[in-house]
Design a binder for this molecule. Structure first.
Ligand code: SAH
Ligand code: SF4
Ligand code: F3S
Length: 471
């Protein structure tokens, strides 16, 4: 048994970690043939991609997938800790599973992902959720086959959570959710320690994958017909810093862009180490999509300092404008937190002012959620919930106004779209533009999912576009 603790998770030692190849132990391959699993994923793209590995590991064990948790022999929750509501959702699901297990004694229940890295969560599971058969952490994913096998064969609850990252495991099997768009991890973990954020504790220190492994994965995706790759990391700009003297995200992006892949995206990039060479590379290559997620969090330099974000409103705007100027037609999106401890009306007005200046194409807006163990959790929080909700609403009104305004500018224009499928009513196709906007469109000839087609925008809404296929 390994239990999580934050003091280990907080440590950033400059020691080497090994790159090891994953091996699936032969004795348990297909051992669970005939059994079914249900996997529920909460949280970010990183978790979604982990779930693609989890699915493949479960299938190698012999499990097959079902879409209804009540029918499954094994239910696994891949959880997220970022805000309280993500926590509550997972615990709500555990409550429902408790009832199910009362009727179905053999049901196997597991929990993994970021919540598994939290000592208080694991303690609660050990005390109040004894029906949970196993818990494993984000650094233990590759041990899943053995952990499940042990949970089934022994009637004891299995808890395997390393607080510190171990080796960097390559070659995990994967079942991708989409046949044309793929996530590719380039860096794990985060060293930024923004004061409100739990991710550096749940995902460990920044560890880059060796560039040859990444480029090989992309070559394989290209030969399997993939059209788009999204390079993933909590902070992709830090790519390579732990491995190389002079090979950065800009170099990696360039090496990938030179390959025969129509669309390259990356996320998330922190404004702090977004270099000029990155901006130039994004502007230079047609297949690096003109779409940048640049989380600002707040428009008040005073709050940004308290958040530990390492930039000011002014330096953010400078970077923002440089990207707009260098990358033709770029769409920039962001994340914003309102109600950080001590945020005054004046601070909030700075955020609104920044939004008025940046006119984002998309924005994810949140109310600050205190996360146990983070520095911001200890700050005095004297803004009432009512006030926070009011600020969120005022912010959303402004950001929505600009989503629509930006989309309206596309009316009458022809945009490239990667076709994803037919809409629910079966009368239109849908897909995403180069700037990552959802578009529904009519066609007058046969097209295939996975094609990249030209679509004329006929009308704009706040969260999507409508269009028609052109030659
Ligand atoms: N690595 C990314 C962010 C990942 S988390 C980055 O630094 O840009 C996604 C978003 O969740 C963050 O950008 C932030 O806006 C929000 N978030 C993180 N912690 C939060 C908290 N404690 N309360 C509210 N929102 C939070
Ligand atoms: Fe969290 Fe900041 Fe790291 Fe993003 S950069 S994951 S917000 S600590
Ligand atoms: Fe959530 Fe963990 Fe991602 S906390 S946002 S699932 S890194």
């Amino acid at each position: 048994m390994h239990l999580p603790n934050y003091s280990d998770a907080r440590r950033r030692e400059d020691k080497d970690y090994k790159r090891v190849d994953f091996e699936f132990s032969e004795e348990i391959k297909n051992k669970y043939k005939g059994k079914t699993f249900f996997l529920k994923t909460y949280g970010c793209q990183m978790n979604e991609h982990d779930s693609e590995n989890i699915e493949a590991l479960l299938m190698t064990l012999g499990f097959s997938k079902v879409d209804d948790y009540e029918e499954a022999d094994l239910v696994l929750l891949n959880t997220c800790s970022i805000r309280e509501n993500a926590h509550n959702k997972a615990f709500g699901m555990l409550g429902r599973l408790k009832h199910l297990k009362e009727q179905k004694k053999d049901l196997i229940i597991g929990l993994c992902g970021c919540m598994a890295q939290e000592a208080s969560v694991v303690e609660e599971i050990m005390q109040k959720y004894k029906f949970v058969n196993f818990v494993f952490g984000t650094h233990n994913l590759y041990q899943l086959p053995e952990i499940i096998d042990k949970a089934v064969s022994e009637s004891k609850q299995q808890i395997e959570v390393f607080s510190k990252e171990g080796d960097l495991v390559e070659g995990l099997p994967v079942v991708r959710a989409n046949n044309y768009k793929a996530y590719v991890n380039i860096i794990y973990g985060c060293n930024k320690f923004c004061t409100y954020c739990i991710v550096p504790y749940t995902r460990g220190r920044e560890r880059s994958r060796v560039k040859e492994d990444i480029l090989k994965e992309i070559d394989e995706l290209i030969s399997s017909g993939y059209k788009e790759v999204t390079l993933l990391g909590q902070n992709v700009n830090a790519y390579g810093k732990d491995l190389y003297e002079d090979y950065t995200l800009a170099n990696l992006l360039e090496d990938i862009a030179k390959k025969d892949i129509p669309r390259v995206r990356f996320m998330t990039s922190h404004p702090w180490d977004f270099t000029d060479s990155m901006v130039e590379v994004i502007g230079k290559y047609q297949n690096i999509m003109p779409s940048v997620h640049l989380p600002v969090q707040s428009g008040s330099s005073r709050i940004l300092k308290l958040m530990g974000r390492r930039y000011t409103k002014e330096s953010y705007l400078e970077l923002f404008n440089k990207i707009k100027k260098t990358v033709p037609g770029v769409a920039i999106s962001t994340d914003i937190i309102v109600g950080f401890p001590g945020e005054t009306e004046e601070d909030f007005l700075e955020t609104l002012d920044l939004v008025e200046k940046c006119k984002y194409d998309n924005a994810f807006t949140f109310i600050f959620s205190p996360r146990e163990g983070t520095p911001a959790c200890k700050l005095k929080d004297d803004v009432s919930l009512e006030e926070k909700e009011n600020r969120l609403q005022r912010l959303n009104t402004v950001v929505n106004k600009y989503f629509l305004e930006n989309n309206k500018k596309l009316e009458g224009r022809v945009v490239p779209v990667l076709v994803e499928g037919l809409s629910e009513k079966n009368d239109m196709y849908f897909g995403y533009t180069d700037t990552n906007k959802l578009i529904n469109f009519f066609v007058d000839r046969k097209i295939e999912v996975g094609d990249i087609v030209n679509v004329k925008v006929t009308s704009a809404k706040t969260w999507s576009l409508d269009g028609e296929l052109v030659e």
